[in-house]
Ligand binder design. Sequence first.
Ligand SMILES: NC(=O)C1=CN([C@@H]2O[C@H](COP(=O)(O)OP(=O)(O)OC[C@H]3O[C@@H](n4cnc5c(N)ncnc54)[C@H](O)[C@@H]3O)[C@@H](O)[C@H]2O)C=CC1
Ligand SMILES: CC(C)c1ccc(C(=O)O)c(O)c1O
Length: 246
Amino acid sequence: MSQYLQGQTAIVTGGMRGIGLAIARRLHVAGAQVVIWDLAVDGWNSTENGFEPVLRQAVDVSSLASVEAAFAQTLARLGQVQILVNNAGINGPVVASWEYPPDAWDKVIAIDLNGVFYCCRTAIAHMRERGYGRIVNIASMAGKEGVQYISGYSAAKAGVIAFTKAAAKELAQDGVMLNCVAPAMVETPLMAEMTAEHIAASKAKIPMGRFLKAEEIANMVSWIAGPECSFTTGFVFDLSGGRATY
Ligand SMILES: NC(=O)C1=CN([C@@H]2O[C@H](COP(=O)(O)OP(=O)(O)OC[C@H]3O[C@@H](n4cnc5c(N)ncnc54)[C@H](O)[C@@H]3O)[C@@H](O)[C@H]2O)C=CC1
Ligand SMILES: CC(C)c1ccc(C(=O)O)c(O)c1O
């Protein structure tokens, strides 16, 4: 496979498992030096995971101080960051919006939306200085459409999409491109928090009649994160099996 990310450093948040792990592995295959940020980074198994990241750092993306400290450590070790994939996220409760606990709402927004803002804010300063950067934010179909009973999550992901579009326009002449991907549901540990009824309803909306695979997201992200993505910024790339054709 072509090593089109050779010599580049890529940070993947939430890269210890699930979609983030698949993305991290794919960027490694494309030649990037991969840095994994996650809440806990012990217990990495390079045989099972198929590669060794150059760095793993314990980071809480919902804390600006934690993000800034981790970014400084990454730069101290590797000197440069070309790619940031904001993947870390949580579901929050599956409940009607009028019953949504306010503290749970705050937590979903803090991780899924503020976390993306904090990581972007921190990396963009460095990328602007160097005149090059690729940021890929993992949104969701829920952010495009609004999915019932996950209103906090839907709102956070809609916020990620709008933030990406706004910042992309600001940075369009600086060599720094921001895009989102909006996946439909994938089978990961996060999905286990949904009820069987919601999972079935989600699948029924997909014309291809199957769930998305994490590797399919990783393949798309690896192209968006690379130099061949040279004239697209502020865009939402769908991974919806034909569900979103708008
Ligand atoms: N699983 C699905 O069906 C879909 C997932 N997504 C999005 O993809 C992303 C990844 O999802 P999955 O792999 O399914 O989830 P997952 O739960 O398997 O993995 C999430 C990772 O993020 C980390 N994380 C959580 N909070 C964090 C924090 N505050 N700071 C740093 N790391 C943190 C977790 O420790 C975990 O390693 C999320 O943003 C999710 O919203 C989007 C569409 C569909
Ligand atoms: C797993 C998350 C909460 C989720 C659930 C459902 C949908 C959907 O129906 O489109 C999503 O896109 C998700 O990200």
